[in-house]
Design a protein. Structure first.
Length: 93
């Protein structure tokens, strides 16, 4: 099974909002996922999966801890916060 083929979460058909927030990558796992922290969603680790990187951003292998990102946050009941539509900001760090 190729773990990089299927996204781990599905985007809502009824989006919670179109709000985009900024954050910093705090953890990257070689299996294709990681965590983001954001001052706009305090005291939370926001999960992300490589499949939610926008097409015009870096490849997953090029992403590093500490990089700044912009994303759409989703609060998934019983799962917690997820980041989708993730874009690496130009200045990176």
């Amino acid at each position: 099974m190729d773990r990089f083929k299927q996204p781990m979460v599905q985007e809502d058909t009824e989006p919670q909002s179109n709000r985009r927030v900024q954050g910093r990558i705090t953890l990257i796992n070689e299996e294709g996922w990681g965590f983001i922290s954001s001052k706009e969603i305090p005291f939370r680790r926001i999960f992300f999966h490589w499949s939610f990187l926008e097409q015009d951003t870096l490849k997953f292998e090029e992403i590093e801890e500490g990089m700044m990102v912009e994303f759409k946050p989703l609060d998934i009941p019983e799962k917690g916060w997820r980041a989708i539509k993730i874009k690496i900001l130009e200045d990176g760090k």
